[in-house]
Design a protein around this ligand. Structure first.
Ligand SMILES: Cc1cc2nc3c(=O)[nH]c(=O)nc-3n(C[C@H](O)[C@H](O)[C@H](O)COP(=O)(O)OP(=O)(O)OC[C@H]3O[C@@H](n4cnc5c(N)ncnc54)[C@H](O)[C@@H]3O)c2cc1C
Length: 449
């Protein structure tokens, strides 16, 4: 039985810990924060998230499944709130039963910690901050109750999020192949809250992910189980219509009157919420390698991405699934598996990072564009008609049998053709079969090159 230490008991760390503990490893999770099951969620830290098929498949590894319907809300459609006040519902898929789920970050983390602590061979130390790693001595140092401690490990996993200390420790050694790239968007985000109507009533459509596309700025909202919505406002940090301009000149009420008048009356405490909630940064982190000796990074610590595809957590969970598949192939955990994990997973993590940036521009700029809307309609028809047609979004979000990289390559080709087609055909007169034949022909030629 290996002694495994996991730095970070967030979403990825608690799933990884539960999986490894269920597979006869001795697990110690060191978590900087207090137990999420005892307190309030941190303000401004994406209170709810979109969970989709890749994440769900990974969660099934530990037996999670029946809980999902009790702690999430299905979102089969995007609800687009246009500037003129009109609303459009755009399905995420043309296939029945394909939807994304709004789930509470702390609620899901709590369930995963319960799974973890059900295992006799697992323990979680809360308020225990990893501070240093000695990779030669296999020793992790951490600070708890103002006292320094250390533990020995056979294997060490860093699931300590985008600001990972484990990654800093690993990259401190500056091995020849070490590379780290952090790209921040010049956009930030702030979370706001729509209260429930009466007792658990929803002020806007419950079963939808709401988007207010406004060209250079955007707001989204996801439903919570209590009837409230968590809204995320994505704005430039500086310049016209930025957070800076709101603070200096416009004020948030005037800003909403101009861009989001339809929700103003639903957030009576807008001014105080805006003043209290922090502005979060949005960035992409790519680094390599993720493994060193018998330690490895996973989840955001290895590949933090922007939230625009709703895949950061799903990708972090899929990391655990990929590791489990490699362990199954080789019979158990070993150092070689960590290298194989990194080699297999890196291109997919890079792909979803790039797709997330693409989606930022798509959600911000194109969801109000009639050609884009026509293209989405066409894709929905193709998905309804042909079981073997998957849009890029569906390949990323609903398929678990292809990698993010393959989804990116195929999806980008399809998108290019469909956007061109929709642009050239303001009225679609050809049958879905004729259109699908042309698309398949184009894809065959492209994929051969
Ligand atoms: C605004 C926003 C919206 C998002 N929406 C979605 C979405 O809809 N769908 C989706 O799939 N993803 C989404 N994401 C991404 C998702 O939040 C992350 O990808 C996910 O949380 C990664 O999980 P993780 O466990 O790797 O890291 P984290 O969730 O960050 O967990 C890291 C854990 O490590 C702990 N820790 C940190 N440092 C230390 C230390 N030194 N010692 C011990 N413990 C430590 C932290 O306290 C934390 O508990 C969103 C992100 C943002 C910012």
């Amino acid at each position: 039985m290996s002694e495994i230490i996991i730095a970070g008991g967030g979403l990825c760390g608690s799933l990884l810990g539960a999986f490894l503990a269920q597979n006869d490893h001795q697990i110690t999770v060191l978590e900087k924060r207090s137990d999420v099951r005892l307190g309030q969620a941190e303000a401004g830290r994406s209170i709810n998230l979109a969970l989709s098929s890749r994440g769900i498949k990974a969660l099934e590894l530990i037996g999670f499944g029946s809980e999902l319907k009790d702690i999430s809300i299905p979102m089969p459609v995007r609800c687009l709130h246009q500037k003129d006040g009109s609303i459009q519902y755009v399905p995420y898929s043309g296939r029945a039963g394909e939807y994304i789920n709004s789930i509470s970050r702390s609620g899901l983390n709590a369930v995963l910690l319960d799974y973890l602590e059900k295992c006799d061979s697992a323990s979680v130390h809360f308020l225990s901050e990893v501070t240093k790693v000695d990779f030669d001595e296999n020793k992790v140092h951490y600070r708890k109750n103002n006292t320094d401690h250390f533990l020995h490990y056979d294997y060490l996993f860093g699931t300590d999020g985008a600001g990972s200390i484990l990654r800093s420790e690993l990259f401190k050694n500056k091995l020849p192949l070490h590379q780290l790239k952090l790209d921040f968007l010049d956009y930030g985000y702030k979370e706001l809250h729509i209260e429930p109507v009466g007792i658990n009533g929803f002020a806007i459509e419950k079963n939808a992910l709401h988007i207010w596309p406004r060209g250079h700025l955007m707001m989204i909202a996801l439903p919570n189980l209590d009837g409230s919505f968590t809204m995320t406002l994505f704005l430039p940090l500086k310049g016209p219509d930025s957070f800076e301009q709101i603070d200096r000149e416009t004020g948030i009420i005037r800003y909403f009157e101009k861009y989001f008048p339809d929700v103003l009356d639903k957030i009576p405490s807008l001014e105080s919420q805006y003043a209290m909630n922090p502005i979060g940064q949005l960035g992409t982190l790519k680094c390599n390698p993720w493994n060193y000796k018998n330690s490895c990074l996973m989840g955001d610590a290895a590949h933090a991405i922007t939230p625009f595809y709703g895949q950061g957590m799903n990708c972090a969970f899929e990391d655990v699934l990929i590791l489990s598949q490699l362990m199954k192939e080789e019979g158990n955990l070993n150092t070689g598996i960590l290298e194989r994990f990194y080699q297999q997973r890196k291109s997919s993590a890079d792909a979803i990072a790039d797709l997330a940036i693409d989606n930022f521009y798509e959600m911000r700029d194109h969801t109000a564009n009639p050609v884009f809307l026509r293209k989405r309609q066409l894709e929905t028809t193709l998905e309804k008609t042909f079981p073997d047609y998957f849009s890029k979004y569906s390949m990323v979000t609903f398929r678990t049998d292809i990698s993010y990289r393959e989804a990116m390559i195929r999806g980008r080709m399809q998108d290019e053709w469909l956007m061109n087609y929709s642009n050239q055909h303001p009225e679609i007169t050809e049958s879905p079969a004729e259109i699908f034949d042309q698309l398949k022909h184009y894809m065959n030629i492209k994929l051969k090159h």
